[in-house]
Design a protein around this ligand. Structure first.
Ligand SMILES: [Cu+2]
Length: 270
């Protein structure tokens, strides 16, 4: 599961790298993501480096798309402004993705990259009836008020001068839905509820409530083995359903928004 997640995150990172120049246009990067498939034909060095896995005490996942991007993160990690941001989002699900610079491999095998690094820091947290939420059964969530919050910062690092040159905060995103049994809402870079329990034999439906497309890709782990599930992309107001016949865990993410921590977990109980 992890390996697949990372490989996909790499692809996402490449799209983000291509889309960065357009971020100034005022449109959200995810709305441009699909315009950059042409970059797949360029030979890019994108072996993901996992810097930190989330733990129970610290739900922070840190990765870099290559060694130079990892250096960019190391520079950012020492910056007082970045430390302040991380302090302010303690206790949320944090994803830190070092997505720039992209490293290009020329035909003679030489690796080149720009002198600018980019780190995307995302904090995700959810509320049910106004209280912090960290997982419950669908039956207990039915009819309750769900809220998913997301805050994103983009940190630009000058690799030559070894320092952070700008930190841009995006407006906090909030998705509100009345929760319903066996329904997961997909919004702007988040699933709501992101963690939930369903009964064995349940058909769970993911509904896209946003203007951009999303997918649900992951591994369903049961006593009889691992099954890869892939919804394919579904657009606004469309949905994808799957019936979970065995006890187990389905860990999933959206392949084009995983750098903002668009991931979820479904637990199937007997
Ligand atoms: Cu998505």
């Amino acid at each position: 599961m992890k390996r697949e997640y990372l490989a996909l995150a790499g692809v996402v990172a490449i799209f983000v790298a291509g889309g960065t120049a357009l971020m100034q246009s005022g449109l959200l990067p995810e709305e441009h993501a699909q315009d950059f498939r042409s970059l797949e034909s360029i030979s890019l060095q994108s072996e993901i480096r996992v810097i930190q896995e989330p733990t129970k005490e610290d739900n922070t996942y840190i990765y870099a798309i290559n060694d130079v991007a990892k250096q960019a993160w190391e520079i950012a990690a020492g910056d007082e402004g970045v430390k302040e941001i991380l302090g302010s989002i303690k206790g949320t699900a944090v994803t830190i993705a070092a997505v720039q610079p992209t490293a290009f491999v020329s035909p003679d095998g030489k690796v080149t990259h720009s002198g600018q690094g980019q780190i995307i820091i995302t904090a995700n947290w959810q509320l049910v009836d106004g209280r912090r939420y960290s997982g419950a059964s669908f039956s207990s969530l039915d009819g309750r008020a769900g809220e998913s919050h997301q805050k994103i910062w983009s940190v630009i690092v000058d690799l030559d001068r070894q320092r952070v040159v700008s930190v841009m905060a995006e407006q906090e995103r909030v998705m509100r839905e009345t929760l319903a049994t066996n329904i997961v809402y997909g919004g702007m870079n988040m699933y709501l509820p992101d963690v939930a329990e369903a009964r064995q034999g349940s058909t769970v439906r993911w509904v896209n409530e946003s203007s951009v497309q999303h997918n649900v890709v992951g591994t369903y782990t049961t006593a009889s083995g691992e099954t890869k599930l892939d919804s394919g992309f579904f657009k606004s107001e469309q949905s994808w359903s799957h019936t979970f016949d065995e006890e187990g865990v389905f860990d999933y993410h959206c392949t084009i928004h995983s750098e903002e921590g668009m991931k979820g977990r479904l637990v199937i109980r007997g």
